[in-house]
Design a protein around this ligand. Structure first.
Ligand code: NAI
Ligand code: 15L
Length: 347
């Protein structure tokens, strides 16, 4: 069992006391203290699957989590709360941004939609369109003013040269957290990626605390974003859920995506849990539907109350009609698939 003390901070004297004080109820973000309108008890088993009857199973998982990662108290009570006043969605012109623009509407009085690319105009007074280049620190500072939480989906979303990744993803994620700090935003949802762990083989099962094995400059930028999230929690108490999204498309496009597919409905549910669950510290989860052949033990998503409703299995026949990749094809060997073979650039 791998324990990822990634920032090394649990080795510091007094670290646990520091976390305990950070996570005291009085310091919870204000929105976490809203009276709940719906409450669902989710019990958990040690394999990370929901168990609706066994409190004891939940206790076991809580103990495992506490032993392995005591800084993040897990919760089993999920509450659907009042909408946020204003959510910021970066990457709003992108594939997922267009989906989330609609599906996140119940969770905010106003959604501020931002991208460097053109965005369709606001459809009503519950949408604001604010163009912004994430590489521009001052513009991001203005973008974040007045928002209650940030869903950070903007940036380069495939493998590119380091220089192309640098501004949008690496500087961009710093600008988002720095603006969050300066404007007092207490919750960020970071669209991380499976490419943070893409060099694990497809016959390995890992969890969110397994050591990262980025498969690309793109994966490295997401790995950096996760470290940024840890730092801003440790230093400033800004909480983050980093969602290592698998492959979120209307349908799985190939055999690899039979394991990595995340339906839009399940993505939305996971984001709802990530927004509303209190005391997440910096929690890393995988974004995958209830697929049959999984590589990821997603117990931390389960602990947020995530219970995926969809599965890639219903697409198996059409996906398996495609030719089987060669045995040494990265698409068949590595969890990150083709990203593991991209580059080099600029030779
Ligand atoms: P996408 O490429 O369709 O959308 C990304 C958006 O970011 C684009 O609209 C683009 O214009 C914008 N962007 C790029 N550079 C920017 C900059 N400098 N300033 C402002 N905006 C900029 O990607 P998609 O599929 O919608 O993914 C959204 C997020 O989720 C990305 O961060 C991606 O890395 C992540 N993700 C997506 C997965 C998927 O399966 N769709 C899997 C894993 C992670
Ligand atoms: C990602 O991180 C990309 O943003 C997305 O376009 C897909 O390539 C996905 O990973 C995947 O691994 O399928």
């Amino acid at each position: 069992m791998v324990v990822n003390d990634d920032a090394g901070r649990l080795n510091h004297p007094g670290a646990l006391e520091f976390f305990a004080s950070r996570l005291a109820p009085t310091e919870s973000p204000e929105f976490c203290n809203d009276p709940p309108s719906i409450s669902t008890k989710v019990a958990l088993t040690t394999n990370g699957k929901p168990n609706n009857t066994s409190e004891k199973s939940y206790d076991n998982l809580q103990q495992i989590n506490n032993d392995r990662f005591p800084r993040i108290p897990m919760t089993t009570t999920q509450t659907a709360r009042a909408p946020f006043n204003r959510l910021l969605l970066t990457g709003a012109a992108g594939g997922l941004g267009k989906v989330l623009r609609e599906s996140l509407r119940p969770y905010a009085n106003v959604i501020r939609l931002s991208d460097i690319a053109d965005i369709a105009p606001a459809i009503d007074d519950r949408e604001e369109v604010v163009p912004c280049d994430l590489a521009d620190k001052q513009a991001v500072h203005q973008l974040v003013e007045g928002v209650d939480a940030i869903l950070h989906f903007g940036g380069v979303s495939t493998e590119r040269s380091f220089e192309e990744i640098l501004g949008a993803n690496i500087c961009g994620v710093f600008h988002i957290y720095e603006a969050a700090r300066r404007h007092g935003v207490k919750r960020v949802i970071f669209a991380s990626s499976n490419h943070v762990i893409g060099f694990y083989k497809q016959d390995e099962v890992i969890d969110a605390h397994s050591p990262r094995r980025p498969d690309s400059y793109y994966g490295l930028s997401k790995s950096y974003g996760e470290d940024m999230a840890t730092f801003y929690f440790d230093r400033y108490g800004i909480e983050t859920v980093s969602v290592r999204i698998g492959s979120s498309f209307p349908v799985p496009q190939n055999r690899r995506m039979m394991s990595t597919w995340l339906s839009f409905g399940d993505l939305t549910q996971l984001l709802e849990r990530a927004l509303y669950t209190p005391n997440v510290g910096h929690t890393v989860v995988y974004g995958a539907s209830d697929n049959k052949n999984v590589w990821w033990d997603n117990r931390y998503a389960t602990a947020l109350g995530y219970a995926p409703q969809d599965t890639s299995e219903v697409f198996r026949e059409q996906v398996e009609a495609q030719p089987m990749p060669a045995t040494d094809d990265p698409a068949r060997v590595y969890q990150g698939g083709a990203f593991c073979a991209a580059g080099p650039f600029g030779d």
